[in-house]
Ligand binder design. Sequence first.
Ligand code: MOS
Length: 749
Amino acid sequence: MAHSISIDGVDRHVGAARSRVDGPAKVTGLAKYAGEFDAPDLSHGYVVSSAIAKGRITAIDASAAEAVPGVVKVFTHENRPRTAWLDYNYQDQVAPPGSPFRPLYDDKVHYSGQPVALVVAEDFDRARYAASLLRIGYEAEAPETDLTRQQDLAYVPPKKRSGIKPPPGARGDADGAFDAAPVRLREDYRQAPEHHNPMEPHASTVVWEGDGRFTVYDKIQGVSNSQSYLMAVFGLKKDDVRVISPYLGGGFGSGLRPQYQLFLAMMAAQVLERSVRVVLTRDQMFSFTYRPDVLQTVAVAAAEDGRLQSVRHDAISGTSRFEDYQEVVVNWSGILYECENVSLNYKLAQIDTFTPGDMRAPGAVTGVFALEMAMDELAYATGQDPIALRLRNYTETDHTEDKPISSKELRACYAQGAERFGWQARNPESRSMRDGKELVGWGMATGVWEALMQKSSAQAVLTADGRLEIGNSTADLGTGTYTILTQIGADTLGLAMEDVTVKLGDTSLAEAPLAGGSWTAASSGTAAMRACREIAAQVFTLARGMENSPLANVDFERVAFRGGRIEVTDDPSRSVTLIDAMRAGGLDRIEAMGSAESDPGQMKKFSHYTHSAIFAEVKVDEELGQVRVTRIVSAIAAGKILNPKTARSQILGGVVMGIGSALHEESMLDHRLGRFMNHNLGEYHVPVNADIYDIDVIFVDEEDQANPMGVKGLGEIGIVGTAAAIANAVYHATGKRIRHLPITIDKVL
Ligand code: MOS
């Protein structure tokens, strides 16, 4: 059987629906998050944020704050230690090109909500109260936060962001083919800026261990990024700073880069020589990274039969004044369909906000929304069914890199999704379907995301009591990494899941990349499997070497690991328990390391993507302008599915976030103040239970060779295309094309 994890080729836990192993700890409160770790003599920092968006601080009067009993110290740019910013130019592991924001560096204000002071007190409430007494004078300049007014200044980023592919060069003559084509469409699309809003706000607890050594609990999607940041910025040695992040209450990309609360907590702990915790408030969660505002134009042209003759996709993305944030927005339009004339262009324009950052399927959410809405418009313009149009332009080749796609079961996604949804009953005419006083609309879209793998390692230890521990430093954002690694370990060594413990999120564990990009299952999963295989080989050698061993003269290829035993595959009566083998070898423990990285030959030969087809039903109350997403079917092709239960949860989460971006989520800038005004969950709307109806997830069979397990990753594909499917359904229901997300009541009426 292809891509099995177990040595005898039969997976027992991998591929089966298993509940989260960390579920009980999370629902009983045993799981601790960065802001919950305690320390003796712990002090609490409260962040004071800038009231202006641009200018400088003229004076800070902290005397009233300092007079509050229990206040330890007020930190500002005027008294911050000189040790901070030792390496002035340090860029974290995922920093875009530019000059990173440095909290409390000087008197300059770069964006509204910028931290300008930290009040440290014996408890949180005193710190917060004292913070309200700071008197800060500013000299304000007029900020520019309106991207539409900056677009004439848009530029191609001079330096590419590491890991982000710039748009490929043009192929054919997109503009000429457009002019010559019988069916032509050119429209503008836009998606509002969005903030991540994970349940757990960002927090850091820095524990002073004495002698200038620290244990740091940080909300981060990869502890090594925080560790190297602290080392560079504060001049610490690796042994001086251990970073731990066992659980995250959601990240979605907001936890990829070390955030300012980490800097502030470490700065205060170093100066005060005591432990400090800094937790951001919900409204301060709107004072750093966000999904950028992007202005897009998509021009598609086709023959009468719908065959694409030209695709042109232009995007101008907002970034900050200090960093060139980049994501892949337009490239998808050259990958998804067969077309000879393609022009893809991506520029940046600067506004006075913090640097935007990665948010679940960064770039694809934005770009695929525009492309897939344009494809729906083309389906109407050519009188084709939206699925038929996509099948007519189907491709097995990634023309942007001139490589075949390693596997692409997108046809099966269209077919199985349509079947489950009941698509064939759709009347293509808009405003043709009703349910009582509501208009009903059915729309669909394609989704795509890169299937990536990163260099990763993992450690495994088998102890003489027959228990296995696996670990590495990557994070489980709530995605199910603890669970799938448990399944992989259990199957490789033939153990029960209860006998396997997984440790993650600690710089003292084997090195692994940030948890992001949907690459964790492929990367950490493969490394863990290899570490366990190494242990299997060692314990087998011990078993075969036992006196009168039942495995004497048997090759490794002829055994199976199951039920805590090593058995001869075709004669299970001949077996040795792992415990007996270790005892016979006189060993208490067997340790091994495994590593994984993508195979350069495979990468050179193929492009690797996950795909999906999303079908949406909306019901629209014409009088109220209210849109409900009453049904979603999301059919996913993502290679081997390690755990259908946690996998389904990933897609559910992605779909819910897609509903959010289609209908609810919008960070609103007041351009006079240069400030995101709806910085709370009362005014920044995320979908709640009442907004969510039926979501049906299908995983189609797909075999892939990209990595030894054949997995492609699932964290991001669920959101891509979802907003387009919904917007297309809204058109089908109402006859209105709403090309600027979110689709709010004012746009529907
Ligand atoms: Mo994800 S946006 O790579 O955390």
